[in-house]
Design a protein around this ligand. Structure first.
Ligand code: ZN
Length: 54
């Protein structure tokens, strides 16, 4: 009953749709959808990455 709050996510490049990063969030603290600027090796630049469920 400990791990309900932390959920695993993948971060997907919004340009090429590849899933480049794995992360977690605490859904009690973070209710909004994550969107982060991350380096995409496929696009070879920083792009917005949005969360997708594993
Ligand atoms: Zn990309």
């Amino acid at each position: 009953m400990a791990s309900e709050v932390r959920i695993k996510l993948l971060l997907e490049c919004t340009e090429c749709k590849r899933r480049n990063y794995a992360t977690e969030k605490n859904k009690r603290n973070t209710t909004a959808k994550l969107e982060l600027k991350k380096y995409c090796p496929w696009c070879d630049k920083h792009t917005p990455h949005k969360e997708v469920k594993v």
